[in-house]
Design a protein around this ligand. Structure first.
Ligand code: KG4
Ligand code: ZN
Length: 339
């Protein structure tokens, strides 16, 4: 079969990204323009500012992705673009750009589900990985435990009923004064803290053992901070960070290992921004080794938002026959499996 070279665009949140990916696994370029510094001023992502920054950055980012890959638009076989979930204004910038290129060059347009993209980062990281496998997707917006039954075919076993894992990291980080983005800061602070200083709760969901809830642990941290403040006592930031992280990591690992045991699946992967958390990776590795199962995880730059993962997902969708028309739109609350 001929090689398929895809230009991929990602603009669902605060990263404007473009990449050229061959056959879903080989990276020719990976360009990311992050807006983190800009949003740090406001303590989180401001949607309208994100959209404006995307519209400014998108052409230079695509130009660089093409030149890094040593190619021009004439070499591109199809365009893949994140069409959801994400911030609507941010998504629209990428979708409109992708449509314009597909129209001008008369090549296929493929709208990609961002969550599917996170899963596919694993195909890029490990060229031998093939479905079926279990995957825990933990990002700023999503916490999903899924069975990847085949390329482009997902069965959701469980998901968060409230806050996503990354969202909990970000909110707790803000409360203990670490700022935005919280995940990497808690990861770092936790290394200096006592993870058993506090016993924060680990929620269990009665009607689905694979579902998650992180609002309880977040509230417990906030209550603890308030209680200390009322008594005029100081908190040890590192201890709170480490104890909070332990609660989240143990919950994630427990649910994932339950799925391993109940499905008998011998392969499990991590995906999404929180998948770069050092403690989560360490615990996963230990538990997988204990059970003799294969553990896959993308390198940190493929865990957080990027266009390489979108290029990979677009390729497998392309092979599956997915083609979008000029009516492709941004779908802010797109679910995994809906496309
Ligand atoms: O996948 P991602 O880049 O964007 C979404 O699709 O949401 O994930 C971003 C999330 C943020 O909540 C960030 O705090 C978290 O991933 N994150 C981490 C770490 N690095 C990023 N959380 C915990 N530990 C980390 N090292
Ligand atoms: Zn993401």
């Amino acid at each position: 079969m001929e090689d398929v070279k895809i230009l991929a665009i990602e603009s669902s949140c605060d990263e404007t990204a473009a990449a050229v990916v061959v056959n879903g696994r080989e990276v020719l370029s990976n360009v990311i323009s992050s807006q983190i510094d800009l949003h740090t001023l406001y303590g989180g992502v401001v949607p309208e500012i994100a959209s404006r920054k995307h519209i400014e950055n998108i052409n230079p980012v695509i130009e660089k992705a093409l030149s890094d890959a040593n190619c021009t638009l004439d070499d591109i076989d199809a365009i893949g673009v994140t069409c959801g979930p994400g911030l609507v204004g941010a998504l629209l910038v990428g979708v409109a750009e992708a449509k314009a290129i597909a129209f001008a060059k008369d090549i296929p347009l493929i709208g990609v589900n961002h969550i599917e993209g996170h899963v596919c980062a694993n195909y890029v990281e490990d060229k031998t990985l093939e479905p079926p496998f279990l995957c825990l997707i933990v990002s700023g917006g999503h916490t999903h435990l899924v069975m990847v039954e085949d390329y482009c075919q997902y069965k959701i076993l469980g998901k968060s009923r409230d806050d996503a894992a990354g969202e909990a990291f970000d909110k707790v980080a803000r409360a203990i004064g670490l700022g935005y983005p919280g995940g990497p800061k808690i990861d770092k602070a936790a290394k200096e803290g006592d993870a058993f200083a506090y016993d924060f709760p680990k929620a269990k969901i009665a009607d689905n053992p694979y579902d998650f809830s992180f609002s309880g642990v977040k509230s417990a941290v906030l209550n603890e901070l308030n209680a200390k403040k009322m008594k005029g006592e100081d908190i040890v930031t590192e201890d709170v960070a480490a104890s909070f992280q332990r609660s989240v990591v143990e919950t994630l690992v427990d649910r994932a290992m339950l799925a391993v045991e109940e499905t008998g699946m011998k392969k499990i992967a991590l995906a999404g921004g929180v998948a770069s958390n050092t403690e989560l990776r360490k615990k996963f590795k230990e538990e997988c080794e204990k059970r003799g199962i294969d553990f896959y995880y993308p390198s940190p730059e493929l865990c957080t938002d990027n266009a390489v993962m979108i290029g990979s997902a677009a390729y497998f969708e392309y092979k599956n026959g997915t083609r979008d028309g000029w009516n492709l739109n941004a779908i802010p609350n797109l679910k995994l499996g809906d496309r």
